[in-house]
Design a protein around this ligand. Structure first.
Ligand code: M6R
Length: 606
């Protein structure tokens, strides 16, 4: 968690840093700060709470200077306070850090014995002391950083400036992302792509163990032992406009409405409408070489994985298990050389997923990553990558990343099924054509967003919700409940509808709205039964039904109608009204939709 930025060039550094932090605020928003070098002095600004506080502070007392570093924090060690906010300073050295220094208590004791005095409760302040100790002995900033990092156990992406070398930033990474954006006589350093886009789209993606020595005209990459390394620059295919709200009130709403485009971009270029063939040019794995699949992911991406099991087993008949990445490593899963692990992650930086990937790789598994961020840690560890083309997702609640993950899983399972000859050409063509028609159907759902908004107006004051779904749509019930919890802080549970009678039915009364996913598939008669069970106990039903539905509508208090689609694509369609419902309920409640309390977009701690 946390976002770091650095800038060196000819612009006002505090403006660039604040713009960068605005783009990284999704990574944490407990406090923020910046340090700018000017006239041999480092000017430090730190504020508790949202970035707006820092912006306010800097606008009242502007900071001059063309080199600086900045930070937005998701607290791990030490509560959110000004003293614990980054940058941390010691002896004319300022440091921002994303990650966790695991041996910080031992190092702190050691430094205290040498006379160091600490001003914060953070692990990061250790780094400022360690680096400054080396600088005091006359070493260059890069040598000091390298020597300091040799003492450290844990994870980090750091940016460091020093008043002793006022024309240099040093960055380093280990298991936390760090990108160096290469402009014209200016360089910007950042935890993520969106923060470099206003300056450049040409970037170096640092690898673990890299140290970047950055001046206005040159970026040198070295190992922790000081040897030079070559990293080829990459041109990023995201644009600055993609990372803006574009007239929407919130990023989340914009991202919900972007889904037809994001899905089209994700499947375009990977399928042949005529033959129904799906192709992944970079994927050399033959499904005949594997005998089982594990899908591993966290949060919303895990919900996509649960749908993925239905797709993989339904289309390609390969036994598939789905694991929460945080559990996978600790249960000794049966992973071997014929196992394929599919890791799903929007950010590609989720620590639990990354650790699970490494463990599976160590045991000999093939790894495919389904990921939205190029050059992210998970994509580097995977053998093959299927990139979702959702574009930058800034809202903390994941929306377009989820539906593009579903589409990637649909394509991958069809690809395997075609290769294994479990689906013939005619069937393949039909399934591909249904996918091509999907974005149009999603447009129709979005055009009816007013219906969902009216519904939200009538339901936002309830304090508990139950979401029910069956089969492939049970994970969508989980996802609907997660969206509501995350952004409106309303308690919500997703449940397989058939399981309700084994416990949760005890919760049902007139104060518990029940959102029922009732598409017209083979479980429809059973869903009617579940609706009756809720009604008999005074529960309020909000049903999501297909065009032409009568029976569920008659039994519901409220309903939302969506277009029909084949069983395996219905989860994508059903997701949209649930995203909109959570969104509008949160808006009526007045919560912070894009930056809900206690959360961060990419969870880089285990
Ligand atoms: O970046 P990832 O997809 O790996 O993130 C996984 C979860 O942290 C993420 O989906 C989280 O649950 C979202 N806040 C859900 O909206």
């Amino acid at each position: 968690m946390c976002g770091i930025v650095g800038y060196i060039g000819s612009r006002n550094a505090s403006d660039v840093l604040i713009d960068g932090l605005r783009r990284l605020e999704y990574r944490g928003y407990d406090s923020s700060g910046l340090a700018v070098l000017h006239d041999g002095r480092i000017e430090l600004r730190r504020t508790v709470g949202k970035l707006s506080k820092l912006i306010n502070n800097v606008s009242k007392r502007p900071v001059a200077g063309t080199i600086g570093i900045g930070h937005t924090r998701w607290a791990t060690h030490g509560r959110p306070s000004e003293e614990n906010a980054h940058p941390h300073m010691e002896g004319g050295v300022a440091v921002v850090h994303n990650g966790i220094i695991e041996n910080y208590l031992a190092l702190r004791e050691e430094l205290k014995k040498e006379g160091a005095r600490f001003k914060s409760e953070t692990d990061t302040e250790i780094l400022a002391h360690l680096i400054s100790r080396e600088v005091r002995q006359g070493r260059s900033l890069e040598d000091s950083v390298m020597r300091a990092l040799h003492h450290v156990k844990g994870t980090y992406a750091i940016a460091v400036i020093s008043r002793h070398e006022p024309n240099k930033i040093v960055g380093a990474r280990k298991e936390c992302p760090l990108i160096v954006g290469l402009g014209q006589k200016e360089v910007v350093l950042s935890s993520d792509i969106p923060a470099i886009l206003d300056i450049t789209r040409k970037a170096l993606f640092l690898e673990d163990g890299d140290v970047a020595v950055i001046t206005r005209n040159r970026v040198a990459i070295k190992t922790l032992n000081g040897q030079d390394v070559e990293r080829a620059p990459v041109v990023v295919d995201w644009t600055p406009v993609m990372a803006e709200k574009g007239g929407y009130r919130h990023f989340m709403l914009k991202e919900i409405f972007e889904q037809p485009r994001a899905i089209t971009d994700t499947f375009r270029g990977n399928l042949m409408e005529e033959s129904g063939d799906i192709f992944f040019s970079d994927l050399s794995l033959s499904p005949g070489d594997i005998d089982r699949i594990y899908i591993i992911a966290c949060g919303t991406s895990w919900h996509a994985g649960l749908v993925g099991k239905f797709l993989m087993e339904g289309f390609s008949a390969i036994p598939t298990e789905v694991d929460l990445a945080s559990e996978f490593r600790y249960r000794n899963p049966l992973v071997g050389r014929k196992t394929l692990v599919i890791a799903i992650s929007q950010s590609g930086e989720t620590a639990d997923t990354l650790a699970a990937v490494r463990e599976a790789k160590r045991k000999g598994a093939y790894i495919i990553a389904i990921c939205n961020v190029m050059e992210s840690s998970i994509t580097r560890d995977a053998h093959w990558n299927l990139m979702t083309r959702a574009g930058p997702e800034i809202g903390v609640a994941s929306t377009k990343a989820f539906t593009t993950q579903l589409v990637s899983l649909y394509m991958l399972s069809l690809y395997f099924a075609r290769k294994l000859k479990r689906i013939d050409e005619k069937k393949g063509r039909e399934l591909v054509q249904e996918l091509v028609r999907l974005p149009m159907k999603l447009e129709r759902v979005l055009n009816e967003s007013g219906v969902v908004e009216d519904l939200a107006r009538r339901y936002f004051h309830y304090s508990d919700f139950l979401y029910l779904g069956r089969g492939i749509n049970y994970p969508i019930a989980l996802e609907g409940a997660l969206k509501l919890k995350e952004i409106s802080y309303i308690h919500a549970e997703g449940y397989p509808a058939g399981e309700m009678k084994h416990g949760p039915i005890a919760l049902i009364d007139e104060n518990m709205p029940v959102v029922v996913l009732a598409p017209n598939d083979s479980s429809y008669p059973k869903i009617i039964g579940n609706v009756e069970e809720v009604r008999a106990r005074g529960g309020r039903i909000i049903a999501i039904v297909n065009d032409g539905d009568r029976e569920v509508k008659e039994r519901s208090d409220d309903f939302i109608t969506v277009p029909s689609a084949p069983y395996y694509l219905m989860p994508v369609i059903l997701t949209l009204p649930l995203q909109l419902l959570a969104y509008y309920i949160a808006v009526f409640k007045g919560t912070d939709v894009d930056q809900p309390r206690n959360l961060a977009k990419s969870v880089t701690v285990e």
